[in-house]
Design a protein around this ligand. Structure first.
Ligand code: CP
Ligand code: NVA
Length: 312
């Protein structure tokens, strides 16, 4: 079922994966979730170890990696950068070389995309990007899985991201939707548009997949959307620009009035979490009947297990 081409691969952005490879990961995620619901126990990571490096905090990503790996017999090791020598007293390259001799795979969450890319270049084992300032690839596989669970498939569906259009989650959604043929609209003030370089890459991918990728400041463009998605207005590491973000994004809250602008009652609400209720989303939406944020959080674990099964 899983593409043999995935073995040994790192996951840094999705841009180097084919649509077929990504679809095989989605199929494996569904299979893994079904096994989990049946209460099946497997030991597919027995004798393996996973390094989990965190420069930033995490609830879902850390717990998804640790539980998915550990319950299959593997040994996850949490390494906060307050404890290890990553880039402080030892270069990223040397840390990568050493961890690659001791672990079967490495997860990295932190600030710079260049760090996770350097780890992948020197470790000699699969490296998974658990979020950088630029991309959050493991998140968006769970998002597409959740979209599929609600609408039967992802192809040709309409996903609207409302909020900080240049953040890691918006950029990753754009890349994955462009690959998979999901129509993707970013609704954001012009000052927060995704960067031109990524837009150009995604336009090329979209031409091949049939996805329509749109960037607009106009909230009316939620009309007809299958899913509205938002994320925090101030990402980790950006606390200094909080006031400016509040000013730019104040009108872009996903609330009941915006959900109604879709003109549909079956539009779902997605959020990668953690959420600041009352800022990017109103409590009535995230805790209401159209929200799938909690399924989406659970799906982080199933998709992350599938990614590790396919690549290890
Ligand atoms: N969505 C997500 O990555 O959550 P954490 O920051 O809790 O890992
Ligand atoms: N954009 C958010 C995502 C958190 C999962 C951040 O980087 O803080």
């Amino acid at each position: 079922m899983v593409s043999a081409s995935l073995r040994g691969r790192s996951l840094l952005t999705w841009l180097d994966f084919s649509a077929e490879e990504i679809r095989s990961l989605l199929a494996l995620s569904r299979a893994v979730k079904e096994e989990n619901k049946r209460g099946e126990i497997h030991q597919r990571f027995l004798g393996k170890s996973l390094a989990l490096i965190f420069e930033k905090r995490s609830t879902r990503t850390r717990c998804a990696f640790e539980t998915a790996f550990g319950e299959e017999g593997g040994h996850p090791v949490f390494l906060s950068t307050a404890d290890i020598q990553l880039g402080a007293k030892e270069s990223i390259e040397d840390t990568a070389r050493v961890l690659g001799r001791m672990f079967n795979a490495i997860q990295f969450r932190g600030f710079q995309q260049a760090t996770v890319e350097a780890l992948a270049r020197y470790a000699g084992v699969p490296v998974y990007n658990g979020l950088t300032g630029s991309f959050h690839p493991t998140q968006v596989l769970a998002d597409i899985m959740t979209l599929e669970e609600n609408f039967g498939s992802h192809q040709g569906k309409r996903l609207c991201f409302v909020g900080d259009g240049r953040n890691n989650v918006a950029r990753s959604l754009m890349a994955l939707c462009a690959k998979l043929g999901v129509h993707f609209t970013v609704i954001t003030p012009q000052a927060l548009n995704p960067d031109a370089e990524l837009l150009q890459i995604c336009a090329g991918l979209a031409a091949a997949s049939g996805a329509a990728i749109r960037i607009t400041a106009d909230l009316e463009e939620v009309a007809g959307a299958d899913a509205l998605y938002t994320d925090v207005w101030v990402s980790m590491g950006e606390e200094a620009v909080r006031e400016e973000r509040m000013r730019l994004l104040g009108a872009y809250q996903v609330n009941q009035a915006l959900m109604e602008k879709t003109g549909r009652r079956d539009t779902i609400f997605l959020h990668c979490l953690p959420a600041v209720k009352g800022e990017e989303v109103s409590p009535e939406v995230i805790d209401g009947p159209q929200s799938r944020a909690w399924d989406e959080a659970e799906n982080r674990k199933h998709t992350i297990k599938a990614i590790m099964l396919a690549t290890l």
